[in-house]
Design a protein around this ligand. Sequence first.
Ligand SMILES: *Cc1c(COP(=O)(O)O)cnc(C)c1O
Length: 397
Amino acid sequence: MGNDRRISQIILMKKNKEQGFATRAIHCGQEPDPMTGAVTVPIYPTSTYVQQGIGQNKGYEYARVSNPTRTRLETNLAALEGGVAAPVFASGMAAINAVVSLLKSGDHVVCGNDLYGGTPRLFNNVMTGFGLEFTYIDTSEAQNVERAIRKNTRMVYVETPTNPLMRLSDLATISQICRQKKVSLVVDNTFMSPYFQQPLALGADMVVHSTTKFLNGHSDGLGGVVVCAKQEDADKLAFLQKAAGAILSPFECWLVLRGVKTLAARMEIHDRSGRIVADFLSKHKKVKAVFYPGLPDHPQHALARRQMSGFGAMITFETGSLKNANKMLKKVRVCSLGESLGGVETLISHPATMTHAGLGVKDRKAIGITDGLVRISVGIEDVDDILDDLDQALNVI
Ligand SMILES: *Cc1c(COP(=O)(O)O)cnc(C)c1O
């Protein structure tokens, strides 16, 4: 880990002391344009840059390598997660693809068994073809991680809380194990956003986000980022941006820069309404079970309090059957039935047939994704309207 980690932690501590999260979200990398004074970062739709002479340029040569709008976003996201750099990619999956591209044929990865559906799809159907090996385990027991690490393990890849069952992994303990075994720890922090969870401060090496979700927050742009604690990883990922080219476009960078300005404000409302909706669902007679780390009866509620500074907007609940789920999902009016999450609007989805359809019945059953399960990403509408909508929809069951 060495110096890079320590330096980044010092930078983070200094930044935290100087400026709060909301201030950094609005100002880091988002300084007024030096040429015109424009308060909003300009979009630079240019593929190339005029050079003054051979080897003489103003820091930009070709847009696959770097773009000024992208530099601003990468500066901003690095400041929010407390990393040394934050290379952005064309989607969350492109970011995850870049992370595993740091590995070599014969390397082994230990993964959570309850990941975003697209992640095992990439690992099992594409990356195994390049000689990478993956083992899926329940990372909510940190000891399982230690047991699964082999001689050729190079990376541990976790998501916490998981999708859709909201199981937590203890990042401080897992990062200690990884450090001892000299294995990188990568955390997909999409569900919590840097506002509620800071994996690098808990010892992770890299944080992945689908910026499509809370960071952008307005359901209008795809994107991904890998925030690095170590300069060495950051350099390799910058090389992959140039070499493989799955970069985020200037306009999409601008959308995230715009969205992230309200991240703190949005997350506060997402969290407040999330708690209210979870409480309502847990008392509703048509609901059989609720999975939300903010509920005192969540099996890892104590860890959630320790590791996260909020519980967020993601809630999963059991309606009892596919028929019940379908009946209620057809009836919602304020909530929209759709894939994705983290937008200002409340999105509701059916994991078994949507996000996790690719897993197959057996694997789904094995990790507890039943046909009656419904996932909700609580938006920032008036919470009473969300509650009324859910109530009338549940009462048709
Ligand atoms: C959506 C999502 C991804 C993939 O991101 P895209 O931007 O859709 O490619 C990865 N991880 C999690 C947790 C997600 O929710």
